[in-house]
Design a protein. Sequence first.
Lengths: 100, 474
Amino acid sequence: MPESISRETVAKVARLARLHLNDEEVDRMTSQLAGMLEHFRDVDALDLSNVEPLNQPIPLSNVMREDVEVPSLDRDEVLANAPAAQDGRFRVPPIIGFEE
Amino acid sequence: MVALRTAVDVARAVASGELSAAAVVEENLAAIDAREGEVHAFNVVTAERARERAAQIDADIKAGRNVGRLAGVTVALKDNMCTRGVETTCSSRILAGWKPPYDGTVVRRLADAGAVMVGKTNLDEFAMGSSTENSAFGPTRNPLDTSRVPGGSSGGSAAAVAAGFATVSFGSDTGGSIRQPAALCGLVGVKPTYGMVSRQGLIAFGSSLDQIGPFTSTVADAALLMEVIAGHDPLDSTSLPQPAPELMSVLSHGVEGMRIGRITDMPEGSSPDVLERLDAAFDVLRNAGATVVDVQMPSMSYGLTAYYLVAPAEASSNLARFDGVRYGLRVDAKDLNAMYGDTRAAGFGDEVKRRIMLGTYALSAGYYDAYYGKALKVRRLIADDFAKAYESCDVILTPTSPTVAFKFGDKTNNPLAMYLCDVFTIPTNLAGHAAMSVPFGTGEAGLPVGVQVLAPALGEAPMFRVAAELERAA
C-alpha cells in the first residue's frame, strides 16, 4: 500500500481530472483523501492473493446489432443545448498554440 | 397528511372511467401547492404538461382507445433521468438548463403505459450522497418530519410519494439510493437485478452498479411498475436478454417452505429500534411457514470500503463528459484545457469533486493495483459470500438503514459517517443482485423502519413474495 497522499500528488490528480482547485481546496482535498485512503487500509486484513477481480456483476460479451439505419438525435435539438455552436458543430476555444 | 392513492387503484379506476386522470393530476398539484415550499421534492414541476397529458388520456378512454397498464398514474422522476425537452440537471450547476434531446427507455415505457409525469425530483448532486443535503439547489425535507432528511440520493423521489405529490416515483440506486430513502420515508423501494431495467437515458454515476427502480406506497404497486419498466432494451448493452418478470401474480403465494437467511456476522452499528423490527420480521415469516437459516457474510463490512473506490473510479470516468463542450455550463477561458478546468471547478460541488479526485487517483498509473485493483478483488469476495449464502437460503433479511431518518447536518461534516448509511445496501450493487426495502413498523420518534429483502440475481419473484408477506403483517 503506498504512503499517504501528498499535496503534490493531489495537485497532479486534479490536473489529470481537468479540475481547477485553488490552494485552499488542494489542502482540504489532501486531508480528506488521506482519510479515505487510510480507511481503505482495512482491506489489508484480507488475503486477496488468489482472488480474481470482479469488474462487472453480470457476465456479458460484446453486444452487436444488425447494421441498419435508424433515426438518430435531431441535430438542431442537440446543438441548441451547446454553450457555443457554429456551422452545425460544437464550437470550442483554441486547442493548441495559443499565446497571450 | 393526504391519503396516498396506489397505482393499482388509480390505473383501474381511470381505465374504467370511475376517476379521471385530470382529477388525479389536480389532486397532486394541490398537494404540491400546499407543501412543496417546505419539502422541496422537485427541481421542476411540469404542471401544464401533466394537465395536457391527463386530458389526452381521459379523451382516449372516452374514445375507447387502449390506455395502458398505468393509465392516469402520476409519476415523479429523479432528475438524472433524461426527459425530452424537460430540464434535466442531476441537481448540479454543471447541467443547469440542459434539455435532453431524447427520453430514456424507462421514461418512454412509462409514457407508453399511460403514466403522467408531474415533475423531476431533487437528488444529491449526481446521486452522490445519502441525505439529499448535497444538491446544488438546496436540500429536500422528509415530509414525515421536516427537521429530518428524506435519505438519498433519491430523496426528492421518496419525499414526492410520501407527501402525496405523485402516485409513484422513480430513482436510481448505485449503493442504496432507492432503498435507503424508501426506508426513511416509509415507502417500498426496489433495486432490480443489474441489467433487469434499461439504463439508457439514466445519466451514469457508476455504470456497473446503477439501476433504476420504483418508489411506491405498496408492494403491489412496485410489482406492477417493475412489470412495465423491466425487460430487454437493445439501447443498453448491459440489458439482460429476457422479458420482464411476472411479479403481480406471485404476491399472494405466501412464504410457506421458503428459507430466509439471517446474517450472523452482520456489520454492527444498527440502532436497537431497527434491530427490534428486523427480529419481528423474522418472526412474521417464521409464523407464515418459512424457515430462518443462519448464514455468514464475512466480507460484508468490507463492501463499503470497496464501493468507495469502485464507485468514484467509475464516476470519475463517467463525469469526464461534463466539460463545457456539448451541454451545460461553460466558463470561457483562453484555451480548451483552461476551459475544461474552470468549467468543472465552477460546475461541480464539493462531494462530486471529492469523488472525482478519489476515483482519478485510484485509477492513475502507480496506484491502480493498490486501490482499484484491490477493490475489485473485494468485490469478488462479496459476490462469493452471497453465492455461498444462497446455497442455503432463498432470500436474506437485513435492516435497510442502520437508523431511522436523521436530522439535518448530523452527518454533513463527516463523509465516512454519511457513507455508513449504506453499509447494508452496497453489497447488493457490488454483486449485481436484487434487493428491496419494505416499511415494517416504526422506531425512534415514531419514524418508519425499513426491512431489506435481498435476493440473488433474477430473484425478484421470491423477493416480492417475502415483501408481500411482510406488508400483510406490518
